[in-house]
Design a protein around this ligand. Structure first.
Ligand code: SF4
Length: 62
């Protein structure tokens, strides 16, 4: 499993960071979301974070 955050779509709202702070952070230079650590499984926290993205920029690649 991998997680792709589309940098062209991300508006840096920070919602994914609030919902899953162990997985996502905002890049200080670009202001866009980036992965901290790839989780071993799709947790409820991760699902909630992905669903919270207002422009659907986060995809799980199985
Ligand atoms: S929720 Fe979506 S738009 Fe907001 S920071 Fe995360 S990836 Fe970017």
């Amino acid at each position: 499993m991998d997680i792709f955050i589309d940098p062209k779509l991300c508006i840096g709202c920070g919602s994914c960071v609030i919902m899953a702070e162990s997985v996502f952070t905002l890049d200080k230079k670009t202001g866009k979301a980036k992965l901290i650590k790839l989780p071993k499984e799709i947790t409820k926290e991760l699902k909630t974070a992905i669903e919270s993205c207002p422009i659907d920029a986060i995809k799980i690649i199985e």
